[in-house]
Design a protein around this ligand. Structure first.
Ligand code: GLA
Length: 407
C-alpha cells in the first residue's frame, strides 16, 4: 500500500433525529406542510444462513444502523403520493409518483415507488383500508447492496400506514401481517422474489441483537440472540462492493427452482427435512444430477452452520475460541455459496479474500449474492487497516472501489 492511498469511503449512518428531520424536510419541500409523523425501518446483514429462508431453514440476521425514514400524512382524497429526497438517497425513475389507490395493480407501477405502492396495495388486498397518503422517503441505506434497502422501504411504509390508518397491528403476532404484506409487495408488485428474511429482520430484530429465524413454520419463529461482539472488541465490517445486486434478473428465481427440484428428487417437501436428518448430507451426495446436488449441499450444510454459530454465541467456551469457530463457519458459508450455490462474483470473492489476508476472523457475501455486500468479522482495532487493505485490493485489481460501513 503506498502512503498516498486515498482514504476508504465510509457510509455514515444517520442519527434517528437527523433521519427524521431529513424525511420531514423532504415532506415539507413537496407538500408545503409538516407530516403527521415519521416512521423508519432498518436494513439488515445476515450473520449466517443464506438462501435458507425459502427452503424452510434457519437464518441468523441482524439489523444495521442505516435506516429508511418516511414522513407521512393522510390526504383528503384517495390518492397515494410518493416522493423521495433523491441525491444519494433513494433513486429511481422520477422523484414523484401519484395515483388513486384503486388503480394500483401489479401492472401499474414500476421502479422504486412499486415497493411502497405495493405495500399499500397488499394491505388493501388483505381488507385494510384508509384515506389516501402522502409519503416522503429519505434513506441512508446503500441501494442495490444486498442490505435489504427494498425491505426497509416496504417495512417503513408498513409502520407508517399501520399508524395512520389506525390498524393497530402492533403486537408481535399482528406485526407478522405487516411483514407478510411487505413480502407480497416485493414478490407480487415489485416482482422481486424474496423469502422473508429481509422483512422479518427489518420489523422484528432489535439493535444489539441478532434473531435466529426458523422458517419451518408459518409464520416463522424468532429467537432473539444477543450479539455481544462489541463487548469483546469485535465488529462486523460491511464491504459494499461496486457490483450492484439485483434479484430480478432471474438467477435468484433459478436457485429457488433448483432447490424445489432437489427436494423433489430427494422425496421431501423441503430441504429443511433433509437438514434435520442426521444422514442428510449423505442423502444429498446420492443425488445424480450434479447441479441439484450442489444446491442442496449448500442449503443443508448452511442450516447446520446456523445451528453451530447459534450454539457458539450461546456457549460457555472461552470467548476467543467461540469467535474463531464462528469466523470459520462464516468463511465456510462463503465457500459454499461460491462453489455449491454459485452466487458469488469476482468482487465478492476479492472482498472475502482480502479480508482473510488482513486477518479477519470470518468473511462472506451477504444477501442474495451476484453482487452487493460482504461482511467481515474483525477486531475493532483492526477495522481501519482491514478496510484499507480491502480498498487497496480493489484498486490493485483495477476495479471500482468499494464502500464500507460498520454494522
Ligand atoms: C435476498 C432475499 C432473501 C434471502 C436472501 C438470501 O436477500 O430477499 O429472502 O433469500 O436473498 O439469503
Amino acid at each position: 500500500m503506498n502512503a498516498s492511498s486515498p482514504e476508504p469511503r465510509w457510509y455514515e449512518p444517520w442519527a434517528r433525529a437527523s433521519g427524521e428531520a431529513r424525511a420531514q424536510q423532504c415532506f415539507a419541500d413537496h407538500f408545503g406542510e409538516a407530516a403527521a409523523g415519521v416512521w423508519s425501518a432498518p436494513g439488515r446483514v445476515n450473520l449466517i444462513g443464506e438462501h435458507t429462508d425459502y427452503n424452510f431453514g434457519l437464518a441468523l440476521p441482524t439489523i444495521i444502523r442505516h435506516r429508511t425514514f418516511v414522513a407521512a400524512s393522510v390526504r383528503d382524497d384517495d390518492d397515494l403520493v410518493i416522493v423521495s429526497s433523491g441525491g444519494e438517497d433513494i433513486v429511481g425513475p422520477g422523484k414523484r409518483w401519484q395515483g388513486p389507490m384503486d388503480d394500483i395493480t401489479p401492472e401499474s407501477t414500476d421502479g422504486w415507488p412499486a415497493y411502497p405502492a405495493g405495500l399499500v396495495w397488499a394491505l388493501r388486498e388483505r381488507g385494510y383500508d384508509g384515506p389516501g397518503l402522502n409519503l416522503a422517503f429519505s434513506s441512508s441505506i446503500p441501494i442495490g447492496a444486498g442490505l435489504a434497502s427494498s425491505a426497509a422501504l416496504t417495512c417503513s411504509t408498513a409502520m407508517a400506514v399501520n399508524a395512520l390508518w389506525r390498524l393497530a397491528l402492533d403486537s408481535d403476532e399482528r406485526h407478522i401481517e405487516l411483514a407478510e404484506a411487505a413480502m407480497d409487495a416485493e414478490n407480487l408488485m415489485a416482482k422481486t422474489p424474496t423469502g422473508g428474511l429481509d422483512q422479518y429482520t427489518s420489523l422484528f430484530c432489535r439493535e444489539g441483537s441478532a434473531i435466529e429465524i426458523d422458517f419451518s413454520t408459518s409464520p416463522p419463529t424468532f429467537r432473539p440472540t444477543p450479539l455481544y461482539f462489541p463487548d469483546y472488541g469485535l465488529a462486523l465490517l460491511v464491504i459494499v462492493t461496486p457490483k450492484r445486486h439485483r434479484l430480478t434478473d432471474g438467477r435468484y428465481a433459478q436457485r429457488y427452482d433448483e432447490c424445489q427440484q432437489a427436494s423433489k428428487a430427494l422425496g421431501v417437501q423441503s430441504l429443511r427435512e433433509v437438514a434435520d436428518d442426521p444422514h442428510g448430507l449423505r442423502r444429498v451426495e446420492g443425488l445424480s444430477e450434479e447441479v441439484l446436488k450442489k444446491r442442496a449441499r449448500h442449503v443443508v450444510s448452511e442450516i447446520e452452520r446456523v445451528r453451530l454459530v447459534s450454539e457458539e454465541l450461546a456457549g460457555t467456551a472461552p470467548a476467543h475460541e467461540r469467535f474463531v469457530d464462528i469466523g470459520r463457519q462464516i468463511y465456510r458459508s462463503h465457500t459454499s455459496l461460491a462453489v455449491d450455490f454459485e452466487v458469488s462474483c469476482a468482487e465478492l470473492d476479492l472482498a472475502v479474500n482480502a479480508a482473510w489476508t488482513s486477518g479477519a476472523l470470518g468473511a462472506r457475501l451477504v444477501g442474495g449474492g451476484f453482487g452487493g455486500a460482504a461482511i467481515a468479522l474483525v477486531r475493532r482495532t483492526q477495522m481501519d487497516a482491514t478496510a484499507r487493505l480491502i480498498d487497496q485490493s480493489f484498486m490493485d485489481a483495477g476495479m471500482e472501489r468499494p464502500g464500507f460501513l460498520v454494522s
